[in-house]
Design a protein around this ligand. Structure first.
Ligand code: SAM
Length: 324
């Protein structure tokens, strides 16, 4: 999977060289480039923001700088939009994506065309990024990834997806992470200040780009870098070969067709500071252990996230489940 991140603080993503993500880069599963948005500015101050139209506090990220950067990374020509908010095919501005044709931006249109000013976080070769190996779960008999129904999300292969973190967008969920783990290329744009000009995502949608805006929670961060890190980790840990033990992503909270919270976990010693683990877990009776864990998952989800219980398809619940 090819990953491009645009930020005014590209160094923030140096941490991606650590831990499992660092290993995934060395293995060629992911190839990451962090780009500095200021590299696409032309003024002496390298400014990327301007005052809000209509007044108000703070600064807003300028569309021109973002567009130069994104056009470059996506391999698109600039287009003028007409009064209907559509890309004007008669525009003199450029001849990127013709009107009335398949406007999906393919990975091949831009893969490997990163500008020289991108900070290369990884040394992974582009043909070793693992994207070709990342088949939809349904196509693969391997245990490397969970099945379609387990993951409860579309598993068709996506080409390039452009993602903007935004606190006023729909919430990013495990389902989104699962879907995006099938993309060939992800391009993240990190907002700062009061955010980015609203026309930026709108414009690229009109060019046929698959643009997503996501919030990672009901709170406001200083910038999109943390949000991108969160999404990136949730997405890439689902890539086949990313986790040491592929089983560990199959039975987890928010995962599977039911998307319940997971049961609680214990390790040894069986008694610690006078606190024992539930007896059933020491019984060696796998049927009882499974039943105990299932009951706990249902009860905890009901108590902590009743919204997830409400979304449950009751037809999936067994008689024993219903007793819980
Ligand atoms: N004025 C914006 C608002 O009230 O909705 C907040 C802008 S925030 C200070 C700057 C940038 O941080 C945003 O453009 C976005 O990229 C990122 N950001 C902040 N909180 C976020 C969240 N909860 N989820 C995703 N991105 C977030």
């Amino acid at each position: 999977m090819q990953i491009d991140i645009v930020s005014v603080f590209p160094e923030y993503f140096d941490v991606l060289n650590l831990s499992l993500f660092g290993k995934a880069q060395s293995k060629g599963l992911v190839s990451v480039h962090a780009h500095n948005l200021r590299d696409w500015t032309h003024d002496v101050h390298h400014s990327v923001d301007d005052t809000p139209v209509g007044g108000g506090a703070g600064m807003v990220m300028k569309p021109e700088v973002w567009a130069e950067c994104l056009d470059d990374l996506l391999g698109l020509e600039p287009h003028e939009m007409n009064a209907d908010g559509e890309s004007d095919s008669n525009s003199d501005a450029g001849a990127g994506v013709p009107d009335g044709t398949d406007t999906t931006v393919t990975a091949s249109a831009a893969a490997g065309e990163s500008p020289s000013n991108g900070t290369v976080v990884t040394a992974a070769e582009s043909n070793g990024t693992g994207d070709a190996e990342h088949q939809p779960a349904s196509d693969s008999a391997s245990a490397d990834t969970a099945s379609d129904s387990d993951l409860q999300a579309p598993t068709h292969n996506l080409d390039t997806v452009l993602i903007f973190p935004n606190p006023s967008a729909p919430l990013f969920t495990q389902r989104d992470a699962t879907e995006l783990s099938h993309a060939k290329r992800l391009l993240f744009g990190c907002g700062r200040y009061e955010g980015y000009d609203a026309r930026i995502p709108e414009y690229y949608r009109a060019q046929g780009v698959d643009v997503r805006e996501y919030s990672i929670g009901d709170y406001v961060l200083n910038g999109g870098e943390v949000a991108v890190s969160v999404m990136l980790e949730a997405i890439t840990r689902l890539l086949p070969g990313f986790m040491g033990n592929p089983e560990s992503i199959v039975e987890e909270s928010y995962t599977g067709s039911e998307a319940l919270l997971e049961h609680r976990q214990y390790t040894r010693p069986a008694v610690w500071r006078g606190m024992g683990v539930p007896d059933v877990l020491l019984s060696g009776d796998h049927g009882k252990v499974d039943r105990f864990r299932r009951d706990e998952a249902l009860a905890r989800t009901d108590a902590i996230r009743p919204d997830l219980i409400e979304q449950l398809d009751c037809a999936q619940l067994s008689k024993a489940d219903r007793k819980t």
